[in-house]
Design a protein around this ligand. Structure first.
Ligand SMILES: Cc1cc2nc3c(=O)[nH]c(=O)nc-3n(C[C@H](O)[C@H](O)[C@H](O)COP(=O)(O)OP(=O)(O)OC[C@H]3O[C@@H](n4cnc5c(N)ncnc54)[C@H](O)[C@@H]3O)c2cc1C
Length: 412
């Protein structure tokens, strides 16, 4: 075992690399070991389905820190280092190569992995998922010259962003979705339908309410996707984009509580005072929402990693950031702040030009709380929306005034 136990982080991506930086910024000068299963230095994933796939940004531009930064800050970054076990009694993690690394404090930022489609043909060549830089390199190589037939299974954010990039490069794109609108889980039917219209305008063939029976192939390579109604959509490439699942196995095997993600309190601590979790993998008590919240959002990794680092250093942390998310598809950009989990029976209140796709929409629950807000092609709204969400949890909003664009958000 490595002799001097320090602060060990498992998962070298945005949450883990940000946490490592905060440990140093806060003056911790003991060993910091950042262990990552991937072989690329920590990078941000949002560009993988946007600028990188579009060809306007290279991978290096998405690095969380330049490679030299880890050396300069005495961060022991070990790539290709998969952790296979945690011995909480001994205070050590075991690597796939048999080595062990001792810890005083352990942070789990193991993120999430794409869900696999449980159908025949899902392992054929030409069937892809998009999570890693390697995945993105493969997809860009396939789509960049256009002229291919791409079938995207799933119309969540990643599926739609890849559909947009695929169309922009001049490929034929079919999106297969089992729900009756895209993005139904994320945004609800009404706004999901608006995204559906956007994609249809750009030539995407949207097959809604369509289950997948199997993926067909010859010679080990995909040839199409057979739908539940018996029809087959021909394909050169298939992207399975049906969501991600948190990488909780390590924690569960180590006896830590897991419910959707690794359960942590608002200080991002597990029940073991030496073990913390942040980013996509963490299901954290949210002080404002009053429920455990797990989000797969860039901002949560960016801010949650540092919050966990401060907690590891014994600082008083209450991680109460609002979930925040953004997307870019064709000429539409949007930002979303709030609690999707509380938006189930909320009513929608709009400000702006819905048809022109320049508006802000709020989700208001029965108690008059603005549980979420989204700005579409209207910018510099996020701070005001987030402040409004927070205020509305203390005192309900007046919905008529909320819908009146003449009333500044700050006055609600
Ligand atoms: C294509 C794509 C586009 C996205 N676009 C957006 C967007 O527009 N807006 C937005 O808000 N969010 C977006 N996201 C989500 C965002 O990227 C994630 O929320 C963020 O990456 C989470 O960071 P993380 O550090 O928690 O986990 P991850 O980025 O998942 O990293 C976890 C790391 O841990 C490693 N790991 C796992 N288990 C082990 C182990 N046992 N040992 C060692 N290492 C391990 C993994 O290999 C991985 O490198 C996107 C995600 C993808 C994939």
């Amino acid at each position: 075992m490595d002799v001097m136990a320090g602060h060990v982080i498992v998962g070298a991506s945005l949450a883990g690399a940000s946490a490592a930086g905060t440990l140093r910024e806060e003056g911790y000068d003991g060993p910091v070991v950042l262990l990552g299963a991937e072989r690329t230095v920590p990078y941000e994933r949002p560009p993988l389905s946007k600028e990188y796939l579009m060809g306007s940004k290279e991978l290096e531009a998405a690095y969380v820190h330049p490679p030299a930064w880890y050396v300069e800050h005495d961060i022991d970054l070990r790539l290709g280092a998969e952790v296979v076990g945690i011995d909480r009694d001994a205070g050590a993690v075991t690597l796939a190569d048999g080595g062990t690394v001792g810890y005083d404090r352990l942070l789990l930022t193991t993120g999430a992995s794409p869900r696999r489609l449980p159908v025949e043909g899902a392992d054929l060549d030409g069937v892809h998922t998009l999570r890693t830089a390697d995945d993105a390199v493969t997809l860009r190589g396939l789509l960049a010259d256009g002229g291919r037939r791409l079938v995207v299974i799933g119309s969540g954010w990643i599926g739609l962003e890849v559909a947009a990039a695929g169309r922009t490069h001049g490929n034929e794109v079919v999106v297969v979705e089992q729900e009756d609108t895209p993005l139904k889980v994320a945004l609800g039917a009404e706004l999901g339908a608006a995204f559906g219209a956007l994609h249809r305008e750009h030539g995407v063939d949207l097959r809604l309410s369509s289950g997948v029976r199997r993926i067909t192939g010859t010679g080990g390579h995909v040839t199409g996707v057979e739908l539940a109604d018996g029809s087959t959509v021909p394909a050169d490439d298939v992207l399975v984009a049906i969501g991600a699942a948190p990488n909780v196995d390590l924690a569960r095997t180590a006896g830590l509580a897991v419910a959707d993600g690794i359960r942590v309190d608002a200080a991002l601590r597990t029940a073991d005072p030496r073990v913390f979790a942040a980013g996509d993998v963490a299901s954290a008590d949210h002080p404002l929402a009053g429920i455990p919240v797990r989000t797969e959002h860039w901002a949560n990794a960016l801010n949650g990693g540092p919050a966990a680092a401060r907690s590891m250093l014994g600082q008083d942390v209450s991680y109460d950031r609002l979930p925040y998310f953004f997307t870019d598809q064709y000429d539409l950009g949007m930002e979303y702040s709030g609690f999707g989990a509380l938006a189930g029976d909320a009513r929608l209140v709009y400000r702006g030009d819905r048809d022109g796709r320049e508006f802000v929409v709020f989700w208001v629950d029965r108690a008059g709380r603005v549980v979420a807000g989204m700005n579409v092609n209207v910018w510099d709204q996020t701070d005001a929306i987030q402040a409004l969400v927070r205020r509305s949890f203390a005192a309900p909003v007046d919905v008529d005034r909320l819908g009146d664009p003449a009333v500044p958000l700050a006055e609600l």
